[in-house]
Design a protein around this ligand. Sequence first.
Ligand code: PLP
Length: 374
Amino acid sequence: MTIRKKYINKNCFKQKKNNSIYKIVRKNILNFTPYKSARSLYKNNTNNLISLNANESPITSIFSLNKRIFNKYPEPQSKELINLYSKYVNLNSKNILITRGADEGIDLIIRTFCNKKNDKILFCPPTYDMYRVTAEILDIKYITINSNSNWDLDLNKIKQNLHNIKIIFICNPNNPTGNYINQNNIIKLLELIKNKIIIVIDEAYIEFCIDQTLTNFINKYNNLIILRTLSKAFALAGLRCGFILANKYIIDILIKVIAPYPIPEPVIDIAIQALNLKNLIIMKNNVKTIINNKQWLIKHLKNCSCIKNIFNSSTNFILIKFHNSEIIFKKLIKKKIIVRNQNHEKKLNNCLRITIGTFIECKKLFFEIKKLSF
Ligand SMILES: *Cc1c(COP(=O)(O)O)cnc(C)c1O
């Protein structure tokens, strides 16, 4: 039997159609569109490239390893790192699990709670694409309920579509729109589905609007899970370290499923340093700097005639609607400024997502966009 053509995703495979490997690959894997990371779209190997496409921090710090011997497996869940993070989020250490970035958290939670036959997850586009990607890889069905015109939860629609839903993913503040989600709506939803459906709040950018965190509710709602990461405000995207926050029953179940030694020793070593008092102060100052740069950039871009709308942002990036985003996107690339194109996404036509860089990068970006306005 030859594999049918519809199972071959032309975007990712260039092999011959009848390559026999297709016969043994799971069909949902052949079918789906993989996550397009900023780094896979534009490699950072050119000099002087300003990459404002991956929501990384532009502020670097230098770490060196304290540990130099690696013949032994690491501690499965480093107590020292968990204790430091528990102080930082003001939760008990029993409420914390370390993961390889927040992305592993998404995968771990879906794998633990959903069975292929009946269960579905729900999320609210436009939002982070990894909820869809992970569900498709694991062959779990999903329902999407578009956010309303303020990019907030459409509570009524969500309520009407909870049949067979096991997990609701809410990105707060949301990527790529940049807004935070109305906290009352999240609480209403938590109340409504208590003991029935898990709500995962993805707080990857929460340090940029820390008063919006829901960590205080972890011990009030046993169905609440929060995802955190060191990739954004902590400026450690290269480290691959994240955290799951939840009540201890959920953490104990997730520990059964996570890989035996998930966090490499060098990662533990550096994450411990990043969470000491001195580095926490540096992180908070960097957050302030980025927010100041953002306010400067928004103030100056407001008068550019090529821009239709700058959406409110509580993150380290801004979503901008242009009159013609393709022209802007291409012109910026010529000037070695890479931003994230959202034009192909539903409801985001003519939108670009731009990470806030250093002040010099913000000035350069403004200068180039201004030149395109007349
Ligand atoms: C960047 C990002 C992540 C991924 O975090 P990692 O810890 O780097 O895996 C998760 N969720 C959202 C919304 C993000 O923007």
